[in-house]
Design a protein around this ligand. Structure first.
Ligand code: COI
Length: 366
């Protein structure tokens, strides 16, 4: 289906960030956003591009009380010849469908999602940063805004997309990657079997803030989550998937528990490692096995992966009041190679030998 969204351009374009090497994560937003409504009986309607500005919401809207919402995270990149591309959008579409199903949010057709992403990027393509390590972060989200206190799926929703020129989520904002410190969280949990861990919903993140804040008291950037049932097996790092290299095996938590977010970067890391002939396992890994590996010298690397985090290496774990050094605490070779390859493919400086990039047919000046 072909979609045409009317565009209302802003009369007040914002000043651009002065220094692209100091963007931080989602501190600046572009001039325009996408908005679309859903009404029961009518379906999705009135998609439009409008100036990015605050909007009114009725205080009794159900999302403000019961959090019926979802979001996605993607990035757009400007390649050296000025063309604009995104990365594996089919995976965001598939994940959105699973999240919507879990949250009783009406289906949003994949081609509509993609057309909306393209339209809003087209409106603000000249906001895509090009400094090393930067990208235009894309945040699509849907929320129920029916005025109702019944704990029932809403009859009215909004689908919106906002854009932010962004640097790295965790690491120093200098275009490279550096190691960070992570607190092993064995009190609070992120997700339990049967819950919403696999879905991209705000509640998973809001519920994690207490733990992240506590981690910061220990000079840690975020937490390593353990499983809810036994507080024994590693799951995610902060808002990202987690990878551990012990001897010649790279290990990440399996998806079958339903507690792990199926990250697009996670899947890409697994595929790249397989292609490079590195042994990669999706299996349960206990924190005890990691402690043991650190003692016997086989713990080689730990890194987080995510759209926002890209590849974020971990140099130290704080566990039970003790600090565990990960190898020599420097960025490991696998993490570095993954970062260089992924970010290179995404920005068009490394050949896309996996067929992952999705050109939008938009070109901006160099
Ligand atoms: C992303 O990586 O896109 C995320 O959604 C993580 C975000 C909560 C910072």
């Amino acid at each position: 289906m072909t979609y045409n969204f009317p565009v209302t351009r802003t009369q007040h374009p914002k000043p651009r960030p002065e220094d692209e090497t100091k963007l931080g994560f989602a501190r600046y937003f572009t001039d325009h956003m996408f908005v679309m409504d859903y009404d029961e009986g009518q379906g999705w309607h009135d998609g439009r591009i409008v100036p990015h500005e605050p909007f009114l919401i009725e205080p009794a809207s159900c999302v403000l009380h019961y959090a019926q919402m979802m979001f996605e995270g993607m990035k757009a990149y400007r390649t050296p010849d000025g063309s604009v591309q995104i990365f594996r959008p089919d995976m965001n579409i598939a994940r959105m469908a699973r999240t919507n199903e879990r949250m009783c949010i009406p289906e949003l057709p994949g081609d509509l999602f993609l057309a909306a992403v393209k339209a809003v990027i087209e409106a603000d393509a000249d906001w895509i940063p090009t400094a090393p390590g930067t990208a235009l972060y894309i945040r699509p989200f849907i929320f129920g805004d029916e005025v109702s206190f019944s704990v029932l799926p809403a009859k009215h929703y909004k689908f919106m997309i906002i854009l932010s020129p962004t640097g790295s989520y965790y690491a120093a904002n200098d275009g490279g990657i550096t190691t960070t410190r992570i607190y092993v969280q064995d009190n609070y949990i992120r997700a339990a079997k049967g819950g919403t861990g696999y879905a991209k919903v705000g509640g998973n993140y809001g519920g994690g803030m207490r733990a992240s804040q506590d981690a910061m008291k220990y000079n840690c950037k975020d937490v390593l989550w353990l499983d809810a049932a036994e507080h024994k097996y590693v799951e995610e790092i902060g808002t990202s998937n987690a990878f551990f290299r012990i001897a010649d095996e790279v290990i990440t938590a399996p998806l079958d528990s339903g507690t792990i977010l199926p990250g697009i970067t996670r899947n890409s890391v697994i595929q790249l490692l397989k292609k490079w002939g590195v042994k990669v396992s999706e299996r349960k890994l206990s924190i005890d096995e990691i402690v043991e590996a650190s003692k016997n010298g086989t713990l080689q690397e730990i890194f987080a992966s995510g759209t926002a985090a890209v590849i974020s290496p971990i140099g130290w774990l704080n566990y039970n009041g003790k600090e565990i050094e990960v190898a020599d605490t420097k960025v490991g070779p696998i993490a570095q190679k993954l970062y260089d390859t992924l970010y290179g493919i995404q920005t068009g400086t490394v050949e896309d030998f996996m067929g992952w990039t999705y050109p939008l047919g938009i070109t901006v000046g160099k």
